[in-house]
Design a protein around this ligand. Structure first.
Ligand code: SR1
Ligand code: MG
Length: 408
C-alpha cells in the first residue's frame, strides 16, 4: 500500500516522497533530496526534485481545478495525453522534448527530465536574448512531429486509433472558447481589455462581422480537421531554450487538428517578443525576431516538402500537384491561426507577459493595436500568406497604420 494509490492534490513534500517512491533506482542521495514548486503555467503543479549528487527530475501533476481559475475544471487525463505525446514526439524528433521517466494515471502525474539548464523562451526573449538556431530547431520539430502523424504517412487505421486516443475534449474546449470565440464577442465576460484600447477593440474585434465569419470558419476547421497530432499550445512558454538546444514541453492540449494551428502559435508568439523589443528599442533583438518569423515560415515550407517526398506512403497523396495543394492549405491555416493567437493573447483572459509588462502605457497600447491589425489581415487574407516576407510586409503595414492612428 502506498499513499499514492489514490488520487489527491500533492503538496511539495508529497512530490518529494512521490519521486523517491516512483524512481527507486534513480540513485537518489535521500539525505540531501530537496523539492520546490516551480510551476508558472495556468493549469498544473510543477515540482523540481533534486539532490546534492546531481540527480534531478520534474514532477508534473494535474489538479482537478485550473490554477488560472478555480471555476474551471478539466479532466486530469490531460497528464496521460501529455506523457504519451511526449514519447511520440521523442520518437519522431529525438531529443526535442524532455524524456518521460514514468507516468501515472492514478496520481495524474508524470516524472520527466529536468531541463533547468535551459530557460523558458518567453522570459529569455523578454531579456532580449537572441537564439540564432531557433528557427531551424522549431521547424525541424514541427515538420517531423506533424507530418509523420498524418494520413499522408501513417497507415489509416492506426492513425484513426491515435485520433481516438488523443481526443481531448475539455482542453480543446478551452481553445475553442478562449481563442476561437471570446476575443470577438466577450460572451463569457472574462476578456481583459487594456483600457486605452477599449474603443479600438470594440470597433476592430467586437463589431467586425466579416472578421467574425472568417473566425467562425477557422473555429470549425480546428474542430473538424483531424490532420495531425498537434502540440496544441505551442507558444514560447511551452519552449525551454539555451544557445545550443531547443526543447518543447507542456503538450497537454495535444489532439488531432490542423497543422497550421501549431505553426501559427509559434509565429504569433515571436510577434509578441518583437512587440516587447520594439517597446524597449532593442533593435538587434527586433531584427532577429523579424528574421526568425520569416525563417520559420520559409524553413517550414522547404522541410515540409522534402519530408513529404521522403515519408509519403499514401498513393493518392503522391498524385502530382497534391503536395503543393496540401502545403498551401497548411500555410493558409498558419496565417489564420497566427491571427487568432495574436488576438486572444491581446484581449482574452490568458495574456502574455511580453506585452503586459510593457510599462509605458502608450507603447503597450500601440503594441496591442499592431497585434490586432496584423491578426485581422492574417485572418482575412490568409490564403495570400505564402512566404516569410509576406508576414514581414503585413507587420510593417499594421505597425504603420497603428502608428498613424495613435501617434505612439
Ligand atoms: C485556462 S488555460 C489558459 C491558457 O493557458 C494555456 O497555456 C493555454 O494557452 C490556454 O488557452
Ligand atoms: Mg501550458
Amino acid at each position: 500500500m502506498s499513499k499514492f494509490d489514490t488520487y489527491f492534490l500533492m503538496k511539495v513534500e508529497d512530490a518529494k516522497a512521490y519521486a523517491l517512491e516512483k524512481l527507486p533506482d534513480f540513485g537518489w542521495d535521500e539525505a540531501t533530496v530537496q523539492v520546490k514548486e516551480i510551476g508558472d503555467g495556468n493549469l498544473n503543479y510543477v515540482f523540481r526534485v533534486w539532490d546534492d549528487k546531481g540527480h534531478s527530475v520534474i514532477v508534473k501533476h494535474a489538479g482537478e481545478q485550473l490554477r488560472i481559475s478555480a471555476d474551471m475544471r478539466v479532466s486530469t487525463d490531460r497528464n496521460r495525453i501529455e506523457s504519451e505525446i511526449l514519447m511520440i514526439q521523442d520518437k519522431f524528433a529525438p531529443g526535442s522534448v524532455p524524456k518521460v521517466y514514468m507516468y501515472d494515471t492514478v496520481m495524474c502525474a508524470c516524472i520527466m527530465e529536468d531541463l533547468s539548464d535551459h530557460r523558458m523562451m518567453r522570459y529569455a526573449m523578454m531579456d532580449h536574448e537572441i537564439f540564432p538556431r531557433f528557427a531551424d530547431d522549431i521547424t525541424t520539430f514541427m515538420v517531423n512531429t506533424l507530418l509523420q502523424t498524418t494520413d499522408v504517412t501513417m497507415e489509416h487505421k492506426e492513425k484513426k486509433a491515435k485520433v481516438k486516443s488523443f481526443i481531448n475534449p475539455e482542453l480543446c474546449e478551452i481553445t475553442e472558447d478562449l481563442v476561437l470565440m471570446e476575443p470577438y464577442n466577450d460572451i463569457n465576460g472574462r476578456n481583459l481589455v487594456f483600457p486605452p484600447n477599449k474603443e479600438f477593440v470594440q470597433k476592430e474585434l467586437y463589431d467586425d462581422k466579416k472578421l467574425h465569419l472568417e473566425v467562425a470558419k477557422l473555429k470549425f476547421h480546428f474542430m473538424n480537421n483531424a490532420q495531425a497530432l498537434l502540440h496544441g499550445d505551442l507558444h514560447t512558454g511551452s519552449i525551454f531554450i539555451k544557445q545550443d538546444s531547443t526543447k518543447v514541453f507542456d503538450p497537454e492540449f495535444a489532439f488531432y487538428g490542423p497543422i497550421g494551428y501549431d505553426v501559427g502559435n509559434v509565429i504569433a508568439n515571436l510577434v509578441f517578443a518583437w512587440d516587447n523589443g520594439r517597446a524597449y528599442q532593442e533593435k538587434e533583438f527586433c531584427d532577429w525576431a523579424l528574421k526568425t518569423i520569416a525563417d520559420v515560415v520559409d524553413l517550414f515550407k522547404v522541410k515540409f516538402l522534402k519530408a513529404f517526398d521522403e515519408k509519403v506512403t499514401e498513393p493518392m497523396a503522391k498524385v502530382e500537384g497534391f503536395k503543393e495543394y496540401y502545403l498551401d492549405t497548411v500555410l493558409a491555416d498558419t496565417a489564420g491561426y497566427t491571427g487568432t493567437e495574436l488576438h486572444r493573447r491581446t484581449v482574452g483572459m490568458a495574456q502574455v507577459k511580453d506585452v503586459t509588462t510593457i510599462e509605458d502605457e502608450r507603447k503597450r497600447a500601440l503594441a496591442e493595436r499592431i497585434n490586432i491589425l496584423l491578426g485581422k489581415e492574417l485572418i482575412m487574407n490568409r490564403d495570400k500568406f505564402k512566404t516569410g516576407q509576406d508576414y514581414l510586409d503585413a507587420l510593417k503595414r499594421a505597425a504603420d497604420k497603428a502608428r498613424e492612428d495613435y501617434h505612439g
